[in-house]
Design a protein around this ligand. Sequence first.
Ligand code: ACM
Length: 676
Amino acid sequence: MSPCGEDWFPMTEQGLLPYPSQVEWHTGSLALSRGLFVVNYLAARSERLESAVERITGQVRRRATAMNDGQPVTLEIDCGEPGQEWPSLGEDESYRLEVTDELVNLRAATEWGVLHGLNTLAQLVTPTGNLPTVLVEDTPRFPWRGLMIDVARHFIGIGVLRRTLDVMACYKLNVLHLHLTDDQAFRLRSRTFPRLASEPSYTSAELAGLVGYAAARGIRVIPELDMPGHSTSWLAAYPEWGNERTEATRRYGVHPGCLDPTSETVYEAIAALLGELDEIFPDRYVHIGGDEVHPAWWSGSESIRAFMRANGLADVVALQAHFNARVTGLVNDLGKVAVGWDEILHPDLTGGVLVQSWRGATARDRVLRQGHDCLVSAGYYLDLCFPADVHYRFDPEADEKALIELEDALTVDPRFEHVGAGMRWTDHWRQKGSSGGSSRGSVIGGEACLWSELVDESVLDARLWSRLPVVAERFWSPAAQRDIEDLYRRFTASLESLRASGLVDVFESSRALLARAGVTDVWMPLVSLLEPVKWYGRLLGEKVLSERLRGTEMPQSRPYDADTPLDRIVDGLLPESFIAREVNELSERVADGDEEAMSVLGDLARSWMLLSARPDCPEELAPLAESLAEVAGIVLDVLQGKTIDESVLQRAGRPHGEYLLAIVPGLSRWLTAPDQ
Ligand code: ACM
C-alpha cells in the first residue's frame, strides 16, 4: 500500500528528514558493499557509539539490498568527548558529516552529535547501497524536541515504547514525555502507595530500563504525574486525598475529582511519589500536569473556601497557584525543575518553571511575558488527525499574529468544515489578553502530543509515524524550511525507508488493522480515500459535536470510554489519506489542461463507480460507497463538459458518521472552478 506503487524509488535527497541546516551536494558517489563500514574512532570511543554504529548499519543492511561484495568503506568518527551517563537539556547536538568518494568522516563535539550524524548517514544511503558525496553541517533549532505519549488512557507496553524510541532517534527527537497518570489509570507501581497502580502498569525496574534504552539513543525521558485535576484514579485508591468521594472511572472528558490542596497528607504523598520518580528518572525536569482543573469540588467545599479566606486566595485559580507553588517547591527540593501545562501560569508562579503551551496560539506569549520558558504543543496534537501540512505550518516561534491567522484559516479550511465552529474554542483564551512587557522567557522547543483516548498499542504506529516525522522537522530544521510539496516528497520517501529498514511500516500497519476490521483488498480503493473526522469529532460523537457547534451542548455521555475496543475500520485509517493527496494533484493537472491526467482521472472515476456497485460492501462503508459513486459521476460529467449539481459534492464532503471522503475538498476546487 505504498502510495506510489511498487516501482517507486526514493531519490537521495528525498529521504532526508528532518532536513539538515546545511547540505552541500557534490557530484560523485561512494558505493557501499555488504560489509558496509570499518569504523575508525579518531578520538573518543564508547560502548554507546559502538552500539549506535551497529544499529544504524543493521538498518542500512536491511534497506539497501543490492550491495556487492567489495571492501568496506572507512567511517571515521571524530567525537570530541564521551557524554555523561544521561543526556541533558542544551548539550551540543551538532555534527559535521562528509562523504567523499573515498570515505565517510563524521565529526561532533559530543556523542549526541555523533548519534544524529549516524542517523543522517543512514538516511543518505540509497536502496542500491550508494552514498552521495556530500557535506552536511547540521545543528538543531531547538534543544527540546519531544513526544508526549498518554500511557494512562491506554497502556502502551515497554516493548512498544522501546520501538518508539528507536524511531524517534531516526528523526532526531530527544525527549519522551510519559503522561503516566490520568483519571482512568495510574501507570506507575508505587512502592509507597501500592493501591495507586492500575492494571497494567510499569514497575520501576521497567521504567529505569526504558530510561537507559532512551539514553543510549540520546533521548531524555520525562515523567508526568498529572495533578491536582485528572486525578480520579488517585482518589479512587486513596479517598482521603480528596475532599469528596469518587468512584474509579473509565469515562473520558474532564472529571470533577481533584486532590485536596489544603491537606498536608496530600503534599506528603506527592513528595513521596516525586521521590520515587527521582530514583527512576535522572532528568532535571519533572512534569506536574496542572491542566483542566474542574472547579466544582473546590468551590463547593466549605472547608476549602475557609482555607482560601484564611490564606487570602481570591478564587480557585489562586488556590491552584497555591497548590502549584507547594508542588514546584517539592520538585525543587529534589534539585529538579517542574514542567506544567499552561493552566499553571499565574502571577504568583515563581521562576524556574517550564510551561507547556497547548490552549491555542496565544498561551505561548503569555508564558514568555511572565518570564518563563515555554515548550510549545499548540499545533502539534497528533490525536486530532490533522493533515501533516497543518502541523508543519505552525512554527513554535512565529509571531502571535501569524499563529492566530493560522488558527483562523483552519476554521474555514474546507478540510475542517465539519468542525470549524468548534475549533474556535481557542478564541476564548485569546481574550485573556496579550498586552504586557517585553518577552523575557524563551521558546526552548516543542512537543508533539499523542493523547490516547482513541489510541492503543495496536493503532499507535499508524497514528504516530504517519504524522510525527513532520513535526520532528519543525523542531529540528531551520524555520526557513517550509516548502510543503518538498516536505511531502521527503516524508513519503522517509516512510518508505522506515519500512525498508525494518523499523515501522505505517502503510502495512494500517492495512493489517483494516483487515482485522474485515476490509478485504477489493475495498481498499475506497478505504484508502477515507480519513477519520478531525479535531475532537470522534471523541465528542456526532450528537454532542453538533450541539457544541450550535452552542447548545448539554453534559451527556460520549460514544467512547477506556474500554471501547478500537478495532473498527475508522481505527485502522491513517489520519491523512496519501492517496487522496495524489488524486488532488491529479485534478490540479486536469485543471491545467493535462490530457493524460484527464484520461487517468476518468479511468479512476469509472473504477470507483464499478467498485461502489459491488454488492458486498461492508455495512459501515455503504454510505461512503454511495457518495464515492456520486463524486465519480460528477468527475465524469465535468470531463465530458456537462454542468453539475454542486449540492452533491457538498453532501459527499460532510462526515459520514466518523468518516470523511478525503478526496472531496481537493476535487471540489477543480469541479466547482468557475471555468468548469
Ligand atoms: C491537555 O490537552 N489537557 C493538556
